[in-house]
Write a protein of this length. Structure first.
Lengths: 115, 110
């Protein structure tokens, strides 16, 4: 599985967009980019995933560069409840959805949203 | 639909004791995982399973054992507890899009 690199910490003002970067320069063609977050001591929570197109759901947007070597998670209007550790993960998923890769976490980015 | 259920939530063990952390999922997922998380650190993969009867080591398997006799259950066994195994343990299962995590087991070895 490809490794990811994230900044250890970031700050964001409440109500502003939080843009969390992730580098995955060795990603291969069948690896998806996943984002999870962990609030306090709870189990990680899925946010979003994508292969090469930009994705958006009710929680966030995911922007993947054309060469797929990096991506950015965007929380459009950060709130205090978005303070958490955010993990970027790459994971193999074949076209038929019948084979999955290991789910390995790095150190993540500690996002602090302040008033 | 309970998702992923871990028991117990808390446990204190004495050095040398053994215990089993239980994990069960009701989503018919093939992949299941065990992680440990030390204070201020990320999640480290201990063991994972791609289906009943198949398990494999993760990043930090020493001191642990697993089994997967059914799709639903994936217990983690500590045979001789050591202080270095004091941690929070998370079990997870994955489907096509996302992983579901249990609430964690906070284990202290004294």
């Amino acid at each position: 599985d490809a490794k990811t690199t994230q900044p250890p910490s970031m700050d964001c003002a409440e109500g502003r967009a939080a843009n969390l970067p992730c580098n995955h320069s060795t990603i291969s063609g069948n690896e998806y980019v996943y984002w999870y977050r962990q609030i306090h001591s709870q189990g990680p929570q899925y946010i979003i995933h994508g292969l090469k197109n930009n994705e958006t759901n009710e929680m966030a947007s995911l922007i993947i560069t054309e060469d797929r070597k990096s991506s950015t998670l965007i929380l459009p209007h950060a709130t205090l409840r978005d303070t958490a550790v955010y993990y970027c993960i790459v994971r193999v998923l074949n076209a038929g959805g019948t084979s999955y890769g290991k789910l390995t976490f790095g150190q993540g980015t500690i996002l602090t949203v302040h008033p | 639909n309970a998702g992923v259920t871990q028991t117990p939530k808390f446990r204190i063990l004495k050095i040398g004791q053994s215990m089993t952390l239980q994990c069960a999922q009701d989503m018919n997922h093939n992949y299941m995982y065990w992680y440990r998380q030390d204070p201020g650190m990320g999640l480290k993969l201990i063991y994972y399973s791609v289906g009943a009867g198949i398990t494999d080591k993760g990043e930090v398997p020493n001191g642990y054992n697993v089994s997967r006799s059914t799709t639903e259950d994936f217990p983690l066994r500590l045979e001789l507890a050591a202080p270095s195994q004091t941690s929070v343990y998370f079990c997870a299962s994955t489907g096509y899009t996302e992983a579901f995590f249990g609430q964690g087991t906070r284990l202290t070895v004294v």
